[in-house]
Design a binder for this molecule. Structure first.
Ligand SMILES: [Zn+2]
Length: 932
């Protein structure tokens, strides 16, 4: 109720004042409403009696003693008339009390325009609240009016006023009626409503505010995202121009001659823009200015090109996803270094990374910053490739980075079009690119210009002039420098790179250390692949609920070592089992016990140790073959043709798809196929009459030896858990052994009997045409025929993988070709071969490609299970054949220089060319085609 207080008082005061003044002003009207004097009205009235005096001279005076009353003017009117028509009609219950000094009082209640006589006496409600709120004015104060009037030099012309009057006072009070009208009895309700409205408004505003802020955040996020994308593609100044789209307006303001007060960049830009002939200006297109290209000339920059040496070759042996894994990892790392060093990444083109310093903001130390960037990238790259080798496979650590730098002015801008990109133009860019392409792996080559900048930055000790001049397009011969920024870790030089090097100056010394690290990574990689396949075996077994049976493992027979006798024409793979649908299950959900995993790793490590460090037949070769087997298998399992359902896929791949044990056996065979390889062909072993040759009756000597060694190792007590995870039943154990024997023996491609038998089997399996097939289907057991195909496909799969380097990128081919030459030449120098391999190497290779590799690649395509991989292998084989025809002699001359002449020069005591080669070789027999 209290909250009504101020208004309540104001209201009453207002009415009181109104009443008073209206009463005064309407005195003049009173006479019109007189009531006859003798009428009893029942309520208070005012009677006015005015005497009419007559004097002797007839004048009417007031104060003459001789005057006499001749008449009286009488007038009566109601008190209530003071109160009528004063209040607005809606107002109710104002109580008015008149009192006079003659102890008379009476009370009225005013309701709107009407006043009602309540009765004699002060009848207002005597509640304390109402008493307190009463207001009074005394009419006896009329004297002060008189005074006031007189002082204002007006004359009061009425009767003299004396104390004999009954002076009236008027008081107004509120009443219950008025109270109810103004003050609600349930303020809490109103309060609640008010609070509710307030609350709702607040909530609404807060909610609105929240929504606005969410929306703003969203907008900001989108803005930041798009800014980030744009920032990542363009330097900040260009980004701002692109985002603001204010290039036009900015330039428009600068129209006309460039001002001396503009920054150089802007002036140059304006100059460049004005210098152009813009055809749109001719026909007066108003928007021509806004379409000006965003381009600037930056007078002082350093441009860097970094290229992954050996990348194309490396990627030819891998699945596309692996290629992208490497590029993403490497570029991501470079981007981070660039951000930290304040280097701007321009673009990546395939395996090339292009960066620039000195733009968008000019900096004096652009060459220095770039040199440090180059150093950081090179170091990071080598670290990454080493660690990625265990996931991306062999040869990853051999990748190197070739870096070139040049300093000078560049034009930089946004080349607009469907895919706008920031680009650099000019001679500086071409020269920088040339510095990279003529450089060496893991080296940083710079031009004279960059070298001078580094010298002036007191970094002369980082520079070493290159001995030979470098030819740059349009510039002729150039003096260049190798930059070796201090503070970088020492770099090891990759193997691929060494081959193309004309001198040995860059070869790092710590080869043994690197090899052991690499072997470790290759062990990890092989273990990982086998582990994935082992999980598939476990998963399939679990789904088919196969019971395990006691296994009597085949032990190596000491009296009869002839593994060759075990080679089967047809190995029986499991028939299709509709229950198993491997697409529905994820093998990665299978967890192998830590014991099995440890044993697998130990087994692979032991196999790695059993490989001698031959130039060619080493653990790296085994891993390379394994990688090819895995790649071809992945094509079988996930074919790129349309196959409906698993049953059809099973038939299409002759059951290989639905037999994880078969897949495991293939990769396992690749891993062990050249274990303990002697580094000379079988024929040489036979010729030498070694124990090994006698043991295997001169047949497939190395292959049988490899199988027996690896198998004996697996039979050891410490690999029991591993063995029993690979095979759970006698059937499986027999099949696994057969697969390994057939696959490894198939890598002996020299033995004529084996070769002929294999060709016949291929004929039997595939060469039947449709009609022959249909006519003979009744006599040939269908499953037998499918298994025959599977067996021969597996043998060809491993054969192709064993020479996969001939069906991969030219660089890979040449790398392994050189290693094979090195192995044979070493055998020759050690007296284990009658003839120098050099003499027939060129021709021998043509024959090998024509009569073995290309027909093998054609067979892969023919059997139809390898999809695009078989085309890929065949295409590379044909390409390498034609490359070899062109460059082969030159390549051989290179071998001669590297292995023959250098070896002679350095005397026989120092076999430097074989630094990474074998210690087993002494002989080469050139009459025997290369055995790989
Ligand atoms: Zn091999």
């Amino acid at each position: 109720m209290c909250n009504r207080g101020p208004r309540w008082i104001t209201q009453q005061l207002f009415y009181f004042v109104l009443l008073f003044f209206r009463a005064i002003t309407r005195v003049g009207n009173f006479t019109k409403r007189f009531v006859p004097p003798d009428v009893d009205t029942g309520e208070p009235v005012i009677r006015i009696l005015y005497p009419i005096l007559d004097t002797a001279d007839g004048a009417i005076t007031i104060n003459e003693p001789d005057s006499k009353v001749v008449g009286i003017i009488a007038s009566t009117f109601f008190w209530r008339q003071f109160l009528e028509n004063i209040l607005p009609n809606a107002e109710r219950g104002l109580v008015v009390v008149f009192e006079n000094t003659c102890n008379q009082s009476f009370t009225y209640e005013v309701n709107g325009h009407n006043a009602r006589y309540v009765g004699p006496g002060d009848l207002h409600d005597h509640k304390p609240d109402f008493d307190n709120r009463g207001h009074a004015l005394t009419f006896s104060d009329i004297g002060s009016f008189a005074e006031a009037l007189s002082t204002s030099e007006e004359t009061y012309g009425g009767l003299p006023i004396n104390d004999g009057f009954c002076a009236y006072s008027i008081s107004v009070y509120p009443s219950e009626t008025m109270w109810n009208l103004f003050v609600h009895k349930e303020p809490w309700l109103y309060s609640a409503i008010a609070v509710a409205i307030f609350g709702f408004t607040t909530f609404f505003l807060l909610g609105y505010d929240k929504l606005v802020s969410i929306r703003q955040k969203k907008v900001m996020k989108t803005a930041i995202q798009s800014t980030t994308i744009v920032s990542s593609l363009f330097p900040s100044t260009i980004r701002d121009r692109l985002l603001n789209g204010d290039e036009g307006s900015q330039t428009t303001k600068n129209t006309g001659r460039s001002s001396m007060f503009e920054p150089t960049k802007v002036r140059l830009r304006t100059y460049l823009n004005d210098g152009e002939h813009d055809p749109t200006n001719v026909d007066g297109t108003s928007n021509a200015r806004a379409n000006k290209p965003i381009a600037d000339l930056f007078p002082a920059t350093t441009v860097l090109f970094a290229d992954i040496a050996g990348f194309t070759a490396w990627s030819s042996t891998r699945e596309p996803t692996q290629v992208f894994t490497l590029l993403e990892a490497v570029y991501g790392a470079f981007d981070k270094i660039a951000a930290r060093r304040g280097v701007f990444k321009v673009e990546t083109i395939g395996d090339s990374y292009v960066a620039v310093t000195g733009l968008p903001d000019p900096r004096k130390d652009h060459a220095l910053v770039m040199a440090k960037f180059a150093r950081d990238c090179r170091q990071r790259f080598q670290e990454m490739c080493a660690s990625l080798e265990s996931t991306l496979g062999p040869e990853t650590s051999e990748l190197g980075l070739r870096i070139g730098m040049h300093s000078g002015p560049v034009t930089a801008g946004v080349l607009r079009g469907q895919k706008s990109r920031f680009q650099l133009f000019g001679d500086t860019v071409n020269t920088a690119s040339r510095m990279e392409s003529t450089g060496r792996v893991n080296r940083i080559q710079t031009s004279q210009a960059t070298a001078e900048l580094l010298q002036s930055a007191n970094k002369s000790h980082w520079l070493r002039a290159r001995e030979e001049m470098v030819e740059a397009k349009g510039k002729g011969l150039m003096i260049t420098y190798w930059v070796e920024p201090k503070g970088a870790a020492e770099m090891s030089v990759g193997g691929t790179a060494e081959i193309t090097k004309s001198t040995n100056e860059d070869v790092d010394t710590d080869t043994s250390m690197r090899l052991s690290n690499r072997t470790e990574r290759l062990v990890a990689w092989n273990t990982d692949i086998l582990e994935q396949l082992l999980k598939k075996i476990v998963l399939r077994r679990r789904l088919l609920k196969h019971r395990s049976t006691a296994i009597k493992w085949r032990k190596t027979n000491t009296t009869n070592n002839m593994v060759l006798d075990e080679v089967r024409e047809v190995i029986h793979l499991p028939e299709y089992n509709g229950k198993y649908n491997d697409a529905d299950f994820d093998p990665s959900s299978v967890i192998l016990s830590s014991m099995v995993r440890r044993q697998l790793r130990e087994y692979v490590t032991a196999i790695a140790i059993l490989y001698p460090e031959n130039p060619f037949h080493n653990f790296q070769h085994a891993s390379h073959v394994g990688m090819s087997v895995a790649k071809l298998l992945s094509r079988i399992v996930a074919p790129d043709i349309d196959v409906e359902g698993h049953e059809e896929l099973h038939d299409h791949t002759y059951g290989i798809t639905s037999s994880p044990l078969t897949q495991f056996a293939c990769v396992f065979s690749a891993l062990i196929h050249d274990v303990d390889h002697p580094g000379v062909p079988n024929a040489q072993l036979v010729k030498e009459g070694t124990d090994m040759a006698r043991m295997y009756k001169g047949k497939s000597v190395a292959e049988q030896n490899s199988i027996n060694l690896a198998w004996d190792l697996l039979m050891q007590e410490k690999f029991t858990a591993l063995r029993h995870t690979i095979c759970k039943t006698q059937d499986e154990a027999v099949r696994f052994r057969q697969l390994v024997v057939n696959a490894v023996c198939a890598t002996d491609i020299i033995d004529k009997n084996l070769k002929n038998a294999r060709n016949k089997r291929w004929e039997k399996a595939f060469a039947l045409n449709e009609n022959e097939w249909n006519s003979r289907i009744s006599v040939i057991n269908l499953h037998e025929q499918i298994n025959r195909k599977a067996t021969i496909v597996i043998e060809h799969l491993i054969q192709a993988s064993d020479v996969a380097h001939t069906m991969q990128h030219w660089h890979i081919y040449i790398k392994w070709n050189e290693r094979l030459y090195a192995e044979m030449y070493k055998a020759y120098t050690q007296g284990r071969s009658d003839k120098d391999p050099t003499e027939s190497w060129y021709k021998g290779e043509i024959g090998f490609l024509d009569f073995y590799v290309i027909p093998l690649a054609e067979k892969l395509a023919e059997c139809g299970v390898f999809g695009v991989s078989s085309d890929e292998y065949l295409n590379y084989a044909i390409q390498n054949r034609s490359e070899w025809e062109k460059k082969g002699r030159e390549v051989v001359a290179g071998y001669v220089k590297k292995y023959k002449e250098d070896a002679m020069k350095e005397d026989s005591g120092n076999n430097k060319p074989f630094a990474e080669a074998s210690h087993h070789l002494s002989f080469v027999d050139l009459d025997i085609t290369q055995k790989v």
